[in-house]
Design a protein around this ligand. Structure first.
Ligand SMILES: [Zn+2]
Length: 94
């Protein structure tokens, strides 16, 4: 089992991203931010699942959010649905 080290504080967090498509056909990725208590929206890059995965600059508006320093990594896990939104909020609290 891997032990937690002091370096973990500097690791880039990996957040589950959910794909949404706007009425205009734009592909977006939504991630739940436990610090801002809202979904941040990033571009989906293309229609290909996983195309938007990787490191992003945080869209945090809270100055005390640690993501502002580290950014975060998006990892697409599926479509943005009401259930996905509930699950994202719940997992961030665990
Ligand atoms: Zn945030």
């Amino acid at each position: 089992m891997r032990r937690t080290t002091v370096l973990d504080a500097y690791r880039t967090p990996v957040l589950p991203a959910y794909r949404a498509v706007t009425r205009k056909g734009e592909h977006l990725l939504k991630i739940w931010c436990q610090h801002c208590k809202k979904f941040h929206i990033h571009g989906g890059i293309s229609e290909e699942p996983g195309a938007g995965d990787g490191h992003r600059v945080a869209h945090c508006w809270r100055d005390d959010s640690p993501y502002k320093r580290s950014g975060y990594e998006l990892r697409e896990v599926g479509p943005f649905t009401a259930e996905a939104a509930r699950e994202a909020r719940a997992s961030a609290r665990r």
